[in-house]
Design a protein around this ligand. Structure first.
Ligand code: ATP
Ligand code: FE2
Length: 332
């Protein structure tokens, strides 16, 4: 089975073709805002401008590996969650491809794609997933036919929270890696608000308090304290999800997962609980076309395709809205 998938929920436009066992090709064009954060309309214009050339290059690369357009069995696209204008641009490209090749459309939930690629590219089978990216922060695990959200941010995603604090501190975008670098030279820990409500998280108070703390403390110390506090919060929720579900694996997903300190803290927690900790290769942690194509493949094989009039995008598509048709209980 050959599935072509297109990702475009935010600033990455990325398309890939995969089979059950192989990535045939992947082509990515990243929108880079001139200043500050992402402007949804500009990002959508970027995707519209590059969609045709990305698909063309993808098909050329596939051809070199002996895969022709007529071999493609379905077109997967990121249906949500994400920025409305970006989602609509990518969905339009997917509909055109689906019509011209005469193959079905597959509407993929972006968060679930982050999970499935992690399960594909690591030995994880049935993990508790910590998914921390720019816009999203969720602790997720499969149970009774769905990926359940055990805890999530009540305000902004951890990546956006880090980026916002960094912007206020005069650091260039994206702030996450800069904060990580400054944190390495810290001298002391400054107490900051640690906010968990039930199993849910809140980062906006932490960002505000950290900006405020900069008046009295060094950037290094505040970056370090911000990381220690925010990461302890997500690790605590992941640990509670492990305890609650009785699962034995943790999988890290999303762009913030590049952070070495976060990995170290998760690894320590897993060791203490006798759980395995898995992190996919870096190229599969941020947004990529391969994760959409691969999740699309799983869905396609379980008959989970869309008609054109069901293919409307959903900017607030929730992880637990999706009925997981492609996991058989006996596999676990
Ligand atoms: P989504 O649509 O899933 O929210 P996104 O495009 O917003 O995705 P990703 O590409 O998954 O996000 O991740 C980008 C985020 O990861 C940015 O907020 C960035 O600051 C953060 N990030 C990247 N590297 C690091 C790092 N080393 N430490 C902390 N944060 C990081
Ligand atoms: Fe993402």
């Amino acid at each position: 089975t050959f599935i072509l998938g297109i990702e475009g929920t935010a600033w990455n436009l990325s398309a890939a073709i995969v089979t059950e066992t192989e990535i045939i090709a992947e082509v990515t064009e990243t929108y880079k805002p001139e200043t500050g954060g992402i402007h949804p309309r500009e990002a959508a214009q970027h995707h519209a401008k590059y969609a045709a050339s990305v698909i063309k290059r993808l098909l050329e690369e596939a051809k070199e590996k002996g895969v022709k357009p007529s071999n493609i069995d379905g077109i997967a696209f990121s249906q949500g969650p994400g920025l409305g204008p970006c989602l609509r641009t990518v969905a339009t490209a997917a509909r055109m491809l689906s019509l011209s090749l005469g193959v079905p459309l597959i509407g993929v939930n972006h968060c679930i794609a982050h999970i499935e690629i992690g399960i594909w590219r690591t030995p994880a089978k049935d993990p508790v997933v910590l998914y921390v990216s720019g816009a999203n922060s969720q602790v997720i695990s499969y149970m009774g036919g769905r990926y359940r959200v055990f805890g999530e941010t009540l305000d902004i995603g951890l990546g956006n929270a880090l980026d916002k604090f960094a912007r206020g501190a005069g650091l260039p975008h994206p702030g996450g890696p800069k904060i990580e670098a400054y944190a390495k030279n810290a001298k002391k820990y400054i107490p900051l608000p640690y906010v968990i409500k039930g199993m849910d998280l809140s980062f906006s108070g932490l960002s505000t308090a950290s900006s405020e703390a900069l008046k009295k403390a060094s950037l290094e110390d505040v970056c370090y304290s911000y990381q220690e506090t925010a990461f302890a919060m997500v690790v605590e929720v992941a640990e509670r999800a492990l305890a609650h579900t009785g699962k034995k694996e943790v999988l890290l997903a999303g762009g913030v997962g590049a952070n070495t300190r976060l990995r170290e803290m998760l690894n320590d927690m897993c060791e203490a609980r006798g759980a395995k900790f898995y992190v996919p290769e870096k190229r599969f942690m941020g947004d990529n076309g391969t994760m959409i194509a691969y999740t699309g493949l799983l869905m396609y094989k379980s008959g989970n395709t869309l008609s054109l009039d069901e293919s409307r995008v959903n900017p607030s598509f929730r992880t637990d809205d999706v009925k997981v048709t492609w996991i058989r209980e006996e596999e676990m």
